[in-house]
Write a protein that binds this ligand. Structure first.
Ligand code: SAH
Length: 257
């Protein structure tokens, strides 16, 4: 299992966002902001129409460091130097000779390749009006399509950057949650603890008249199924046992009436 802090560093060092021929400087700023929100830092701009530009700085908000460090390139090939994995973001599914990935698959793939194979990766985004050319798509190992309304499928450039960067972040964090999901912070109650609990539960339910002592089996089976599904930890088990003990004590107290 990978260390998340380390994975985040690798994400920042090894993933670049490449924007090709962007027309609106504001989109460059908004893309920088989206990147920084998601822990990405390396922005490459291939022949931007306007850059640097006040609109880019304004839309970047606090992410102007990403803009300041952006690399401006004359060609896509120049922007891809050093990358062994190139993902092309495409609103249209026109070039199906390049294998297509969903955003989540793309993120998992990028993450495993940068961490396990130690390579660098580029996510390439096209022009606002016409996307990526076939030639540019031909540079990509995979196409990534964000599933959208088929009647209105094209996202704003920075919104597309946001979605793919977000998926990368989620994939990075799930390195951590994957462990947390499986391992309770508190140790789970042991089988012996569970059996002691069921004896205690049965005694208590009989004492309060909820369970027929002559025929406890079906109800106890149902309750076993319920508590086994919950898989209580030791602390929770102590709470349950405490409730049973107090219930028994309360049952011994004289009736207030
Ligand atoms: N009119 C263009 C869309 C350009 S949007 C076209 O039809 O191709 C600008 C860029 O944002 C696209 O080139 C692509 O990189 C990205 N983008 C927009 N919508 C997307 C989607 N649904 N899936 C993946 N990328 C998308």
């Amino acid at each position: 299992m990978l260390n998340t802090a380390n994975t985040q560093e690798q994400l920042q060092a090894r993933v670049r966002i490449v924007l090709v021929d962007t027309s609106h400087a504001g989109n460059i700023g908004a893309a920088a902001r989206a990147m920084k929100n998601m822990g990405l830092a390396r922005l490459y701009l291939v022949t931007p129409k306007q850059f640097p530009h006040a609109d880019a700085t304004a839309r970047a908000s606090g992410a102007d460091d990403v803009l300041a460090q952006a690399t401006v390139c004359a060609t896509l090939d120049e922007a891809l130097v050093g990358c062994s994995l190139v993902m092309g973001a495409s609103a249209r599914l026109r070039n199906l000779s390049v294998p297509l990935l969903a955003p989540r698959q793309c993120a998992t793939r990028v993450l495993s390749e940068i961490t396990e194979a130690g390579i660098e990766c580029a996510l390439v985004f096209g022009r606002e009006h016409s996307g990526l050319t076939n030639d540019e798509l031909g540079r990509c190992h995979h196409l990534v399509n964000i599933p959208t309304n088929p009647e209105y499928s094209s996202l704003n450039l920075a919104a597309a950057v946001q979605v793919l960067s977000y998926e990368l972040r989620v994939a990075t964090l799930s390195e951590q949650t994957g462990v947390a999901d499986d391992v309770d912070v508190e140790p789970l109650a042991s089988a012996e603890d569970m059996e002691r609990f069921y004896v205690h539960l049965q005694q208590t339910l009989e004492a309060i008249g909820f369970l027929d002592p002559k025929n406890p089996r079906i109800m106890m089976q149902r309750l076993r199924r319920l508590f086994n599904r919950a898989r209580p930890n030791e602390v929770e088990m102590n709470i349950l046992r405490g409730i049973l003990t107090m219930t028994q004590k309360a049952g011994h107290q004289p009736d207030p009436d």
